[in-house]
Design a binder for this molecule. Structure first.
Ligand code: NAP
Length: 282
């Protein structure tokens, strides 16, 4: 598996398995299957309400803990120094796999400065190996680092052919912040798995549309989080290291950018209000 390196030297596998919207009852098995397929990077979050089962899947996989990279995320209801610190302890307990490799602030709302200092302290204490953010704009991600001790090592955002985020990606990569793509397949929205432009490129390389998208992201040094509950698709999504896109492929994919999220505008007033009322008791 190809890896990228954080500014503190820790390596992160460039292709990860996403567990959003996998039911808690199915999550242990899905993670076990993903690790059996070859994934060594698993992405969960407090708000996915499956940390317990994700940890159980890792423990049941038979693969050594130090070969697995595990990410979780602090939800908005746990924002602020004390609340974030207590929630980290709950996450560590639920996961029950020792340290967390990467902990992110899931959403850019509430007392993110208090949360960030709790993450910095947990990293210094060795409970977490790397810390970062998710769904942040470039200025807010860098602001956290510049006015605190640690620069975010990651920003995990929506990136897919319909929402390419080129400027944000390049700006933060120049700051040595690793960019991660969530919803690389736009969760199937907008007919992505039947898109004619992507299908032509896929046919040319004898690959699937999903494989073309993953390759397009990896070639921009973006960590990809792909989710499937089907073992054959888990394996297909890993089988992307035997071909490369050419300039014509990349130019064709560039034409698909709508500049708009396929899901939600994190900078909208509605989203801030939604975050305040989105409570999971986690
Ligand atoms: N930080 C955030 O705010 C945030 C937000 C969303 C997601 N994420 C992370 O990013 C991960 C990935 O995003 P996502 O789960 O939202 O969406 P996604 O990976 O873009 O799409 C998942 C969908 O694509 C299907 N699929 C996967 N591989 C396929 C293939 N090779 N061929 C055809 N269909 C395929 C899956 O089907 P089946 O499952 O039925 O096989 C599922 O319906 C999440 O699981 C989560 O870890 C983070």
């Amino acid at each position: 598996m190809k890896t990228l390196s954080f500014s503190n030297g820790i390596a992160i596998p460039s292709l990860g398995f996403g567990t959003f919207q996998i039911a808690p009852a199915d999550s242990e098995n899905a993670v076990k299957n993903a690790i059996a397929a070859g994934y060594r990077h698993i992405d969960t979050a407090q708000a996915y309400v499956n940390e317990t089962e994700v940890g159980a899947g890792i423990r049941a996989s038979g693969v050594a803990r130090n070969e697995i990279f595990l990410t979780s995320k602090v939800w908005v209801e746990n924002a602020g120094y004390e609340a974030a610190k207590a929630s980290l302890e709950r996450s560590l307990k639920r996961l029950n796999i020792g340290h967390i490799d990467l902990m992110l602030i899931h959403q850019p709302y509430g007392d993110v400065y208090g949360t960030w200092r709790a993450l910095e302290d947990a990293q210094a204490a060795g409970d977490i190996r790397a810390i970062g953010v998710s769904n942040f704009t470039a200025d807010r991600a860098v602001d956290l680092g510049v006015f605190n001790r640690v620069m975010p090592q990651v920003n995990q955002i929506e990136i897919n052919p319909f929402h390419q985020r080129t400027e944000l990606v390049e700006t933060l990569q120049q700051e040595n912040i690793i960019m991660e793509a969530w919803a690389p397949f736009a969760e199937g929205k907008n007919g992505i798995f039947h898109n004619a432009v992507l299908q032509k490129i896929a046919d040319k390389h004898g690959k699937s549309i999903a494989q073309v998208i993953i390759r397009w992201l990896l070639e921009r040094n973006i960590v990809v989080l792909a989710k499937s509950e089907k073992p054959e698709l888990m394996a297909q999504n890993l089988d992307v290291f035997d071909f490369a896109l050419d300039d014509a492929d990349k130019a064709a994919i560039a034409t698909l950018d709508s500049g708009e999220s396929q899901f939600v505008n994190h900078a909208s007033v509605e989203r801030v209000k939604w975050a305040k009322t989105s409570v999971f008791n986690i």
